[in-house]
Design a protein around this ligand. Structure first.
Ligand SMILES: Cc1cc2nc3c(=O)[nH]c(=O)nc-3n(C[C@H](O)[C@H](O)[C@H](O)COP(=O)(O)O)c2cc1C
Length: 367
């Protein structure tokens, strides 16, 4: 319960207030963390502007006066608005200040990341499997909310030709050799890759394998029942497999057919680092593997934004499988998420808000 408000009570603005949206229906401001995050909607541009630009400290009397002026409201109504804003944490009656950690984030220019971190941390959510629901998590509601749309289908790229891949394997590697020898490589000069190598890495990472009769689970632990990621291959120069197009053609891996589908034969790329903010380590690689997240798959199952984090963690795990396999079959790898998003999306023919390129690996075998 909010303490009694006197005119001279000092009100301290909470940290991290953002204007979340503004459109023809009005304005929404947000503040607070996770499940305690508050959303304040108003159709008054003046009030939204006032709240977003409020001084760090203000007396209760001054706050009431400012709000009365902006809203053209009576003194009584303004008192009510101030009290509600205090109840909802827009103001506090004690200074809270920024923690040293928050100051570091802000000092480095990580305000946007801090905003998402605040919004998605401390989320209170729970799992409820009773009745085998399609969506078993709930957040801010007292019963699970099931989607009113069908589960999204596995995404299919628009392709002009399809090339079946050989079966994955064999992998004549000793676990300890693989364990001890994986390293990042930054030189792909003179390397090559064959179709069998691509088939092994793509098939064992991106094709669901379990249970055998009707597979929907992967070697990598993943978002269950879904098709969270899409893998693309961009071919390098002469070391690329002779059966497929060389010189920066783009293929999408179809995990159902275990086939490569040609998305673009002529991308106009001069060298692979055109897509990598000039990290020239990738330039001589015969193949670049790119993992894109299919956001719909996450949004359908997880109805709250914390799931943005799940996509990143799971993508890292899929890349780990790629790198372990690559090492096991004798390929070098260099992996980084330092992708030029716009250039990569244009090359792959995807939209960043539907299918974001999250991680890439350059691959090649020393000859
Ligand atoms: C998320 C992530 C991003 C990375 N980004 C880069 C990068 O942009 N450029 C680079 O040279 N190495 C990058 N690396 C590779 C690391 O620098 C490399 O793994 C490190 O040098 C350790 O070597 P190791 O992989 O042989 O253990 C990245 C690694 C990770 C996990």
């Amino acid at each position: 319960m909010t303490p009694a408000l006197r005119d001279q009570t000092t009100l301290y603005l909470t940290a991290g207030i953002v204007l979340q949206s503004s459109d023809k229906d009005g304005y929404t401001l947000a503040w607070g963390r996770g499940s305690d995050r508050e959303y304040f909607a108003t159709d008054s541009a003046d009030l939204a502007g006032l709240l977003i630009s409020m001084p760090q400290t203000v007396s209760a009397a001054r706050a009431q006066q400012l709000i009365a002026e902006k809203l053209g409201a009576s003194g009584t109504a303004a008192v009510e608005v101030v009290r509600n804003l205090l109840d909802y944490g827009y103001w506090c009656t004690e200074p809270s200040g920024l923690s040293t950690g928050e100051q570091t984030w802000i000092g480095l220019g990580w305000e946007d990341a801090l905003d998402y971190h605040r919004a998605s941390s401390r989320t209170i959510w729970s799992h409820d499997y009773s009745g085998s629901p399609q969506v078993m998590t709930r957040n801010l509601v007292d019963q699970n909310v099931q989607p009113d749309t069908p589960r999204p289908e596995r995404w299919r790229a628009s392709i002009t030709e399809s090339l079946p891949l050989p079966a994955p394997g064999p992998i004549p590697a000793d676990f300890w050799d693989v364990h001890d020898s994986r390293r990042t490589h930054r030189n792909f000069s003179g390397t090559s890759i064959d179709l069998g190598d691509l088939a092994t890495i793509l098939g064992l990472t991106f094709k669901p394998r379990f249970p055998e009769s009707s597979p929907y689970l992967y070697t990598t632990q993943s978002y269950s029942l879904g098709a969270p990621f899409n893998a693309f291959v961009i071919t390098g120069g002469s070391g690329a497999p002779p059966e497929i197009r060389q010189d920066f053609a783009v293929y999408h891996y179809d995990p159902v057919e275990h086939a490569l589908g040609l998305v673009q034969a002529d991308t106009g790329i001069g060298q692979l680092d055109d897509l990598m903010w000039s990290q020239s380590y990738v330039n001589d690689a015969p193949a670049m593997l790119v993992i894109c997240v299919d956001w719909q798959q996450y949004m359908w199952k997880y109805r709250f934004p914390r799931a943005y984090r799940f996509a990143l963690t799971e993508c890292g795990a899929f890349m780990q499988t790629v790198q372990v396999l690559a090492n096991a079959i004798g390929l070098r790898s260099f992996a980084t998420p330092a992708i030029d998003d716009m250039a990569m999306c244009k090359t792959l023919g995807v939209s960043d808000v539907d299918h974001s390129p999250l991680y890439m690996a350059a691959l090649g075998r020393s000859n």
